[in-house]
Design a binder for this molecule. Structure first.
Ligand SMILES: COc1nc(N)nc2c1ncn2[C@H]1C[C@H](O)[C@@H](COP(=O)(O)OP(=O)(O)OP(=O)(O)O)O1
Length: 169
């Protein structure tokens, strides 16, 4: 099983500015060509927070403080009946720097009403809108059809909203 993270930096929502989320257009690997948050797989001996900080730095050159990351979701992606990926999702309104392109990702600030769900993983439209409103969620999403996951068919889901997420991560 893969353990991974996603980090969604947020800005705006003050003095009439629209609230925006930083998305990436992924340039390689799983989900290539789709929009997502910065993130990736945990490395050896790395905590999920450390992973979210490192991936956000590597992919878009934005500095986020691990202590400022708010836990937003725990997502389990199941492929053909077996857990493929467990993903820790964070949001943060605190960051330093300006997002920059990298070989892995093209960053883009997007108004939360304009998130391009038609260019994202199919599960995202089910959980990301609530997360961007400040809710927490634990979700399980089932795919079938064999690897790679991004070519499998999305067949079902189960969501629990406004749950306390594990303090451990
Ligand atoms: C199945 O639905 C998914 N939805 C969303 N929104 N994100 C997903 C889904 N499945 C996987 N992901 C995320 C989890 C990770 O953040 C990335 C995949 O990361 P990747 O495999 O590219 O990991 P890296 O460590 O960045 O890659 P390298 O091995 O190339 O360094 O997608």
């Amino acid at each position: 099983m893969i353990e991974a993270t996603l980090c969604f930096p947020l800005r705006g929502d003050v003095e009439g500015d629209a609230k925006e989320v930083l998305l990436i257009e992924k340039r390689r690997g799983l989900g290539q060509g789709w929009y997502n948050g910065p993130g990736g797989k945990l490395e050896a001996d790395e905590t999920p927070r450390e992973c979210a900080v490192r991936e956000t730095r590597e992919e878009v050159d934005l500095a986020v403080d691990p202590d400022d990351l708010e836990r937003a979701a725990e997502l389990t992606f199941v492929l053909d009946g077996e857990t493929h990926t467990f993903c820790h999702v964070y949001v943060t309104e605190t960051f330093e720097g300006q997002p920059r392109e990298s070989p892995e990702a093209r960053p883009e600030w997007v108004a939360i009403e304009e998130v391009p769900y038609d260019r994202m993983w199919e599960d995202d439209r089910l959980w990301l809108p609530g997360v961007l409103e400040g809710r927490t969620v634990r979700g399980e999403f089932a795919f079938e059809g064999g690897r790679p996951l991004d070519e499998a068919e999305f067949v079902g889901h189960d969501l629990e909203w406004d749950v306390p997420l594990s303090e451990e991560f």
